[in-house]
Write a protein that binds this ligand. Structure first.
Ligand code: PAP
Length: 282
């Protein structure tokens, strides 16, 4: 509501949108590196001292006016498409959306909530500990989830991307894992700053991919030891870097739970052309 009432998008602004836990941190790091590649190299990159969430601020909580990172026309949000501030659509801003297999998304979210701690709480346990995974799974399947039901979130952006493919780039975490290079090239083109032949020859694309890989990105001190404080809660930055794997849900959900969520998604997405079929090898 704050962003809706106060945020005024400029036509050149680009928005990175996602449900929770679908690869936003990674997408922010890649996008930031692509957009600022002529200003910074690996050693001078603000990603060395700021967590990606501080390099590209969220619209939520009005963070865009207080984020410590350098000012670039990139913003992020977890809001559903229909909840975006009107000026983003009216100004014809570009949007990159990333989503993920809902089973892995749910498992990632469940873990993450256990890492959220109240600032003045003496409790060692995070709030998520209060909810067993089976109970949380029921909520997720019923659509009770942060930023709304998962299927509504993806469908809103999916339909908009079909209507305005020049303005909305729709990505999946699994595709980005499988072929990061193609996604990075697509992102650069979409941002309006494609890689030149010289940059390709010099390996700029590979350098960006490498610097944003799970292993490297999770390594700077700020991402190992830093904290993100939000109102009366905080999260250690290393909670944004758990495993970064496709198919980790198998370690936490039964096959039946997996099938149930697949069935729900199939029903909710039917006729849309969007699917989340992931091959077992992944
Ligand atoms: P957010 O919604 O709180 O911003 P987000 O970054 O979207 O979280 O998702 C976090 C997931 O991305 C984590 O997945 P996991 O719990 O299944 O491990 C996190 O590990 C993963 N992730 C973070 N950085 C990277 C990266 N560089 N490459 C691949 N995956 C990553």
């Amino acid at each position: 509501m704050h962003a809706r009432d106060h945020f005024q998008a400029q036509p050149s602004d680009i928005f990175l949108c996602s449900p929770l836990k679908t690869g936003c941190t990674w997408l922010k790091a890649l996008s930031f590196s692509i957009a600022t590649r002529t200003q910074f190299d690996n050693s001078t990159s603000p990603l060395q001292k700021w967590v990606p969430h501080d390099c590209i601020p969220f619209l939520e909580h009005g963070e865009y006016s207080t984020a410590p990172g350098p000012r670039i026309p990139l913003f992020a949000t977890h809001l559903q498409y229909t909840c975006l501030p009107k000026s983003i659509i009216d100004s014809g801003c570009k949007i990159v959306y990333i989503c993920r297999d809902p089973k892995d998304t749910f498992v990632s979210m469940w873990h993450f909530f256990q890492r959220i701690t109240k600032c003045n709480s003496k409790q060692e346990l995070g709030e998520g500990d209060l909810i067993p995974i089976e109970v949380a799974f029921e909520f997720f399947c019923k659509g009770m989830s942060y930023y709304g039901p998962y299927w509504e979130h993806v469908l809103g952006y999916w339909k908009a991307s079909l209507e305005r493919p020049d303005k909305i780039l729709f990505l999946k975490y699994e595709d980005m894992k499988r072929n990061t290079e193609v996604c990075v090239m697509k992102l650069a083109e979409f941002f309006g700053c494609p890689f030149s032949l010289e940059e390709e020859r010099e390996g700029t694309v590979q350098k960006i991919i490498e610097s944003c890989s799970f292993e490297i990105l999770s390594n700077p001190e700020v991402n190992k030891m830093g904290k993100l404080v939000r109102k009366n809660r905080f999260v250690e930055n290393n909670a944004y870097f758990r495993k970064g794997k496709v198919g980790d849900w198998r370690n936490y959900l039964t096959a039946e739970m997996g099938m149930r969520l697949d069935d729900i998604m199939e029903e909710k997405l039917s006729g849309s052309g969007l699917t989340f079929h992931i091959s077992p090898q992944e």
